[in-house]
Design a protein around this ligand. Structure first.
Ligand SMILES: [Zn+2]
Length: 292
């Protein structure tokens, strides 16, 4: 008999191209958008498996790339998943590589973040005096461990020590910015993990990204400017085919890693606000932690 623990609901936050895969995965089963203090959530799809219930949310919209990274309502997304009872999230993101040794189309799990976004709403706790939360490890170690095993089985290897710098967008970065980020120790550059990862931690949820590398960042390899093409020439046709194959594999990988994580309770993600709970600053009901 399959292991069933529907109290442990999981979620996938799907990135670019997610809208195509999400509908295929869920067979069209959707729930009503969730009303949050930050507006309505986007549509959320429900994938009912015999042993697992997974909610899937397409970060950039339902029909294409309608919502670019700076305009995603990250707080509504995370709040809605928490409201649905989700405890574990795997989120996919397609960064560019600053380290030229990373193959295009590679699947990997970064292990740290540098925040270079500007003006995004990064916390649920504005003006509340709470939220000093340690960020080491940034991502849930149990999800990382399970996801790593699944990626290794599929791809033969899995990098787990990359540093992801998150830029504001929607524009791509300049060459000088990429040189600066390389100097910081960043090996990947994307636009979506901030503030998503930090918001999940504020609500004591397990969160782990899976990245598929989409292109080399500006100046890392020389590419002709090609108007009208995706990334205007930063990506060759052969590389695009590899990226598409990587994206197709993401849902199965994420589900397998979530399945392996159903009963894991070793990580401390659910205790990230414990200091405030012990001190009596917050109660047991997480809704009351946030000014409504
Ligand atoms: Zn965790």
């Amino acid at each position: 008999m399959p292991k069933t623990n529907l109290n442990q609901r999981s979620a996938i936050i799907a990135g670019s191209q997610g809208f195509r895969i999400v509908q295929k995965l869920s067979g069209g089963e959707m729930i009503e958008p969730v009303l949050t203090p930050f507006g309505f959530s986007p549509p959320i799809h429900k994938v009912s498996l015999p042993d697992l219930e997974v909610y899937v949310l397409s970060r950039h919209g339902e029909t294409g790339y309608n919502v670019s990274a700076p305009f995603v309502n990250y707080r509504a997304n995370i709040w809605a998943l928490k409201e649905l009872g989700v405890t574990k999230i795997i989120a996919w993101s397609g960064p560019g590589a600053i380290d030229p040794s990373i193959p295009i189309g590679d699947l990997l799990i970064p292990n740290d973040i540098i925040d270079e976004t500007k003006g995004r709403s990064e916390t649920f706790y504005e003006g509340l005096g709470i939220g000093f939360i340690r960020q080491n490890p940034v991502f849930c170690p149990e999800l990382v461990s399970n996801l790593r095993r699944v990626i290794e089985a599929q791809q033969g290897h899995c990098r787990t020590s990359d540093v992801y710098v998150c830029t504001q967008g929607p524009r791509l970065e300049t060459r000088a910015e990429i040189r600066k980020f390389a100097g910081y120790g960043a090996t990947l550059v994307g636009m979506t993990l901030v503030p998503e990862a930090f918001l999940a931690k504020e609500l004591e949820m397990c969160y782990c990204p899976i990245c598929y590398v989409t292109n080399y960042a500006e100046g890392v390899v020389e590419r002709q400017y090609e108007p009208g093409k995706l990334f205007e020439g930063l990506l060759s046709d052969d590389e695009k085919a590899r990226v598409d194959a990587a994206v197709e594999s993401l849902p199965d990988i994420a589900i397998e890693a979530l399945r392996a994580s159903i009963d894991s309770t070793e990580c401390r993600c659910r205790l990230s606000m414990e200091r405030y709970r012990r001190r009596g600053d917050i109660g047991e009901d997480w809704h009351t932690w946030i000014k409504q």
